[in-house]
Design a protein around this ligand. Structure first.
Ligand SMILES: C[S@@+](CC[C@H](N)C(=O)[O-])C[C@H]1O[C@@H](n2cnc3c(N)ncnc32)[C@H](O)[C@@H]1O
Length: 441
């Protein structure tokens, strides 16, 4: 099954559950992220939906996989310093183009449920040295609460994604989009819209769903979802794009000409051209809407619009062991007499009231992941590297785990990450008056 293949070929089937839809879509795009596509195919599809050669040259080839059905950045009038959120960001094409418009004072954030897509996008971002908070990719379901601060985003983009969500998920993500937009913020979506009611058997066909047909809703229904979510002034523009391009964009030997939204990149059937004109059933629309109000000129400029800044990095895999304050106190005291092989790392966030563990090094948790290589160069030969934050519940264990993951990845067995049990809070309540154990700023 490929995007836009003939609905009439489907036999009646049982209704598919929302979970089945999300799982099938995730499997298909994760496979796509791993298999990739050819530069020619991706370029041909992108250009047919309005991306310029110059835009495509400005981003890594792997950032676009021929999955778009429009170019929302081109019409979103994105300005320097703005915060842009892309729903279903795949390899990152629209996030990178938006990032160059918002510049270093803005933020471009991509959300996608596929871990493989997120990994690919982060790899592409690293190639361009685009790091959080300027460019972030976060793995999340669009059918759940978005991990984004309310009233924090200027522009929401989405390119060929909303049609892939179950109906309840479409309603949910539009409500969430409305929540996270600043007053006066705008949404610019490129999406597939059904031209007429689709037969029940098509609606209930999972492969047709993944293939961008079953999930396409009609314009009036889309409009209603936007209104119910709180949006005003919605505008729908039929881009008149040729949706058969997914089947014609590759060369005859190009095995990756699998089309937008195809569920199984390596299957034979998805390489076959459709037996009918896809443009008869569905169309590609550009959809605009705004959130009422005007931006608050006194609103605090957030360092990141993400609710949790660490979402922009891989989930830690390791679970470093905890060491007690008494054990570390002994190390600190003995270190003044004999050479020692440990280091204590403070990854708190500027709240240094009360002091630090004696001899500890300060490293910012927000940028810790991006500096792992330099950090390891400094501490990779130190036997025990002990991390702490306020209570050692969040940043401390997270940075320790990232460090241990990195050590594992590079095969370093000389150094091991640990966490100070109870964090600086526990340390100060135990040793607060003992100057040989505390450094003060
Ligand atoms: C057709 S691709 C669009 C890619 C991208 N916007 C582009 O233009 O290249 C759809 C993307 O949306 C993501 N997606 C689909 N359903 C999702 C969901 N329920 N939650 C999060 N991401 C989803 C997929 O993983 C996939 O990367």
């Amino acid at each position: 099954m490929s995007c836009c293949s003939n609905p009439s070929q489907y036999q009646p089937s049982n209704p598919i559950s929302d979970n089945d839809i999300v799982k099938a879509v995730n499997d298909a795009y994760s496979a796509k992220a791993k298999v990739g596509t050819t530069t020619t195919y991706a370029k041909n599809v992108a250009e047919s939906f309005g991306y310029t050669e110059e835009e495509l040259k400005s981003i890594p080839d792997e950032a676009h996989l021929g999955l778009s059905c429009g170019n929302p950045v081109a019409t979103a009038n994105i300005k320097e310093g703005e915060v842009v959120l892309d729903l279903g960001s795949s390899g990152g094409i629209d996030v990178f183009l938006a990032a160059s418009k918002v510049g270093p004072t803005g933020q471009a954030i991509g959300l996608d449920m596929s871990t493989d897509m997120i990994n690919l996008a982060r790899k592409n971002a690293n190639k361009q040295n685009l790091l959080p908070p300027r460019v972030s990719f976060v793995q999340t379901l669009l059918t759940e609460d978005l991990p984004v601060v309310s009233d924090s985003v200027d522009v929401i983009l989405s390119n060929c994604v909303i049609n892939l969500l179950p109906l309840a998920g479409k309603a949910k993500v539009l409500k969430e989009a409305h929540r996270v937009l600043k007053p006066g913020g705008r949404i610019v979506l490129d999406d597939i819209v059904a031209k007429e009611p689709l037969p029940e058997n098509v609606r209930n066909d999972l492969s047709a769903y993944v293939g961008c047909i079953s999930g396409a809703i009609e314009l009036n229904e889309y409009k209603k979802l936007l209104e119910d979510a709180g949006f005003k002034n919605s505008l729908f523009v039929d881009t008149k794009s040729n949706l058969n391009v997914y089947y014609t964009a590759g060369s005859s030997t190009d095995k990756s000409t699998i089309g937008c939204c195809s569920p199984a990149p390596k299957s034979e059937s998805v390489n076959a051209p459709p037996s009918f004109d896809a443009n008869l059933w569905v169309a590609s629309y550009q959809i605009y809407a705004t959130k009422e109000g005007t931006p608050d000129p006194n609103a605090e400029k957030l360092e990141t619009a993400l609710l949790r800044s660490w979402d922009a990095y891989p989930r830690p895999q390791s679970t470093p062991a905890a060491v007690t304050a008494d054990e570390i106190a002994k190390l600190v005291r003995d270190a003044s007499k004999t050479p020692s092989d440990f280091a204590v790392i403070d990854v708190r966030r500027n709240d240094y009231a009360g002091g630090h563990v004696r001899g500890s090094h300060q490293h910012a948790a927000q940028t810790f992941y991006d500096n792992l290589s330099a950090f390891t160069e400094k501490f990779g030969k130190t036997n025990q590297v002990i991390f702490y934050c306020q209570s050692s519940n969040g940043r401390g264990p997270r940075c320790a785990a990232w460090y241990q993951d990195y050590l594992n990845q590079i095969g370093n067995e000389e150094s091991t990450a640990y966490v100070l049990q109870g964090g600086i809070k526990g340390w100060l309540s135990k040793f607060g008056g003992q100057n040989d154990l505390i450094d003060r700023d």
